[in-house]
Structures are given as C-alpha cells and as structure tokens.
Design a protein around this ligand. Sequence first.
Ligand SMILES: Nc1ncnc2c1ncn2[C@@H]1O[C@H](COP(=O)(O)OP(=O)(O)O)[C@@H](O)[C@H]1O
Ligand SMILES: C[C@@](O)(CCOP(=O)(O)O)CC(=O)O
Ligand SMILES: [Mg+2]
Length: 387
Amino acid sequence: MQTREFFVSAPGKVILHGEHSVVHGKVALAVSLNLRTFLRLQSTSSGEVHINLPNIDTFLSWEITALQPLLAGCKAEQGGVKELDADLLKRLREFTGISEDSTDTRSMAVLAFLYMYLSVFAESLASITVSVWSELPTGAGLGSSAAYNVCLSAALLSARGNISYPLTPQQESARWSKEEMELINRWAFMGEKIIHGNPSVVDNAVGTWGGFLRYHAGNITPLSWVPILRILLTNTKVPRSTKVLVSGVKDKINKFPSVMKPVLESVSAVSCACEQTLTEMAAHGPSAELYNILEELIDINQHHLNVMGVGHSSLDTLCRVTLARGLHSKLTGAGGGETDTSVIQSTVEELKACGFDCWETSIGAPGVQQHSSAALSQDIPKILHSY
Ligand SMILES: Nc1ncnc2c1ncn2[C@@H]1O[C@H](COP(=O)(O)OP(=O)(O)O)[C@@H](O)[C@H]1O
Ligand SMILES: C[C@@](O)(CCOP(=O)(O)O)CC(=O)O
Ligand SMILES: [Mg+2]
C-alpha cells in the first residue's frame, strides 16, 4: 500500500421513475444528489482492521490473524468480479453470527465491508482503518447503501493497488479512468447484493458515475440535457429495509403475474414518457404544459408503487400535504417531488409538523471522487479523524 491516508466520496441518488420495476428489467431514470458519503482509509501497522461507522454507531476491529482462516479455499479475484462468493459469505456469516435473514443496519454494513475487504485483499491482508460518514440519511431511499459500497470499493481497490490513486498533489479532487470506474462499480454491486439481496445496478451506477442516468436491462445511458429540477426531499423517517421491500414486490409478482406485469410495464412507460418530456424541455424550453405532464407522471407512478405494496400511510400523508399546495410527490425508495418557490417554505413547515425531515437539494453531483483533505469542508476530515 503506497499511501498512508486518503479520502474518497460518492453521492446518493434519487430515482425519478422506475424504482422496483427496474429490478425486473424495466426502464429507470435516476440522478445523483448533492449529498455525499465520505470515507477515510488509513494504512496502519497494528495487525488489525478497524471500521468506524459513526452514522450507525458502529466501531469494530478484528485481528488480521483471526480473519485469515476465512479465506481458506478462496481464489483471489483478478479484477473480473461478477458473482458473490457464496462460500465466503457463508463463512463470514458464521464468523460474525449474522443470520441469513438479518436486515439489521449494523450487520449489513459490517458484512459488506468484511466481504469486500477480504475479497480485495485476499492475497495479503493489510492493516487498515476505514472510517465512513455520510450526509445521507440511512435507509431513506436515497441510496446510502450504494454510496457506502461505492466508497468502500474505490478505497479498498486503490489501497490494494488494483486501481490508481487519481489525485495529483496539485488537485483538490480527481476521478478514476472509465475502466477503473467500471471495476469500482462492479465491486460496489457486490456490496449492494449483500445489503439488498437482489439489487438492480442503478444505485451503485449513479454513485459511481454521478449525473443523470437512464438505466435499462444492463445499459446505462448518461442524460446530459436535463432541465433544472428543484427537488424537495422528505424523509418520513419510517424505518424500512430495501431488501424486504424488494422481496415483497417479487412475491406479489409471483402471486399475481398477470396483474403485476402490466403494472411494471406501465411504470416503464412512465419512465419513457418522462424522458421524452425532459428531452422536449431541453429542446424547446420548459413550459407549464410540460411541467404539468411531469407532475401527472409522478402521480401515476406513485399509484403504481402503492399497487406494488411499497407505499405507507406516512407517504400518503406526505402526498396529501403537498398536493393541497399544488405539489406532486412520489416515493423514491421513500420520497421526492417538484416545486415553485413561495409554496416551498409553508409546505416544509407543514411536513415538519407531521414529524418528517425535509430539505431542498441540488442534483447532478459528480460520482465517486478522491479528495485532498484540504478540499473537504473542515468538518468532514475532523469527523473522520476522530475515530
Ligand atoms: N453511512 C453509513 N454507515 C454505515 N452503513 C451505512 C451507511 N449508509 C448506508 N449504510 C448501510 O446501508 C443500509 C441502508 O441501505 P438501504 O436499506 O438500501 O437504504 P438506502 O440505500 O435507501 O439508504 C444500512 O442498513 C447500512 O447497512
Ligand atoms: C427499489 C430499488 O429500485 C431502489 C432501492 O433504492 P434504495 O436502496 O431504497 O435507496 C431497488 C434497486 O433498484 O435495486
Ligand atoms: Mg440502498
């Protein structure tokens, strides 16, 4: 390992349309958020691996000699990671005592970290300390798991020497090459598989590449012509697990295939209609009529998501409150919408009175990056250094 300490970050995401149906091969439109997860990796000589996850109050360490036996029989990945190593995952579950049906926040984060660390460093386990802190709420549908996995993947692969450290001494932030980012994305997907069970690739793709993406059946197309959308994010703070929701939708499709398949198809059509409307806005300028179409599509999609069984009474409250002020909302894994200025403040106040967290954020942030410590707001290195 060449560098003693370095920092990386990756953004969260909002899915405009296509959550859940994307898992079943349909079109999704997603955009990165200007809310990021930050990771500090430090090489040490302690003979231990430390992970500090202050957002979820988790601080753990292991002796490398205790981890080494878990690798018995494992082949080191030569960069072409495609499938989860089920045997390694099983040994890790036994070692950590994390059962297969666990969706516990801490357990999932620890399992994803240990799996990636052991796989990437299989040839020679290194003493490192990894600290991760995020601006994203955890488990609120904003892709915190993907931002976490993308950061882990980028940092571990760099530290292992599988990809470069792109930052030069003159730079504040830098990105990896296309090939390196593809590798980051593939390893991040392994982490998503551990946390989500059956993820699409959308969240880790947005965390890796950033910007606005169209995703369909393995093909990622960046969209560069999107008009400015103001997104009012609302976190209803109702705890839920993506893994459980995704598997619930699958059960529903299996139980009522002829009812549910047209719903997935319709969501896909909503994504395409939204994409077409955004293209028209970019070509001819936004108009009230086009914004109206975007709003109607949001309402239609939210109804479809309710049909899939991933709604919640708190989301119904949110939609009711915002609609009373002429705003249209849908969940994004769990929440999103679009707006006009004077109405926002009063809507935010009313949503906060319902017990929800609410904030406006910008979209289209860059994907995974390496940063100099000086380039980060002072608070972030301070938080990451304090563990
Ligand atoms: N900052 C973080 N620190 C530690 N673990 C995290 C962090 N952010 C996300 N995670 C992991 O990701 C999980 C949340 O993933 P998920 O249920 O997919 O929700 P979402 O991705 O919408 O936030 C958490 O339970 C935790 O295991
Ligand atoms: C529901 C889904 O479409 C998005 C999940 O997003 P999040 O983890 O809830 O932020 C699942 C997926 O695409 O893997
Ligand atoms: Mg997630």
